[in-house]
Design a binder for this molecule. Sequence first.
Ligand code: C2E
Ligand code: MG
Ligand code: MG
Ligand code: MG
Length: 292
Amino acid sequence: RAKEKGKNNFQLYTMSMNDKALERLEMEGSLRRALENKEFIIHYQPKINSESKDIVGFEALIRWQHPELGLVPPGQFIPLAEETGLILGIGDWVLREACLQAKQWQDEGFTNLHVAVNLSSKQFQLQNLTNTISKALAETGLEPRFLELEITESVAMQDVEYTLKVMQDLKQMGIKFSIDDFGTGYSSLSYLKKFTINKLKIDRSFVSEIGSKKDDRAIASTIIALAKSLNLGIVAEGVENQSQYDFLKDSKCDEMQGYLFGKPMPPLEFKRLLDSKRELLEPNQTFLESKQ
Ligand code: C2E
Ligand code: MG
Ligand code: MG
Ligand code: MG
């Protein structure tokens, strides 16, 4: 009897394993087709200058417009895309699309707009990233100095020597690097010295409770001070309210990003936001140019 029960349990177990494997396989299949079917879209989130509140650039954030599931956030498919290598095709698409969009808005008068694109570690490891990026820039006509690549600490820590080499090549072209989610990884600070980084992004988790937690205020202002003393730019992510803005501005954080200034939004909406800022200016004075 016990044996039979054990057997049944085993069957149940394998069944659910099969279900999971099947679901994964289905998901992988539809992810594989998503690129051909043009199911990916990019939302753009403004980055603002803390002093002037001008839009200085935007971050490209991918979404999957799934025919049945609706809008799927990146957290739900990027890990699978990384495991299967599909991230290469997807990452390449995001890069081109985002560069093209930046170039278009620049041509429409927003001449200094920067674009930030998130990179996965696989994009460093499984392809010639320098090639991919030079091609994307050449084909879209965007100048390299307007492209910023966001990597996490863990990306920088994988295969250090090779990553370092790729980053140096890209840096030589004029491309900028920022460390995303700064302060949440396991790496030592020594990599800040080693890698050619331009900017730190304070993780949202330190920003969200700036208003109520003394420790979070201490961490945020210490990261800002660290960036300043290393001559790095500094941007805070996840800024949602005025008191967070006030604290970060007083702490001399250069740039901010968050729902307070705009959620990630479709291109048309982002363009409307840009235009609404332009209307505040004198005729024939170009937004962003006027600041110089
Ligand atoms: P991330 O690069 O740290 O992006 C910031 C995330 O915080 C985004 O989530 C954004 O929508 C969200 N966010 C921005 N402002 C606020 C705010 O004020 N409050 C709150 N609560 N959230 C805010 P999203 O779009 O779901 O992206 C999640 C992550 O997926 C990104 O984190 C990034 O690591 C990854 N990701 C997105 N697009 C790409 C891509 O094209 N390639 C790769 N490799 N990863 C991507
Ligand atoms: Mg990012
Ligand atoms: Mg981030
Ligand atoms: Mg994040």
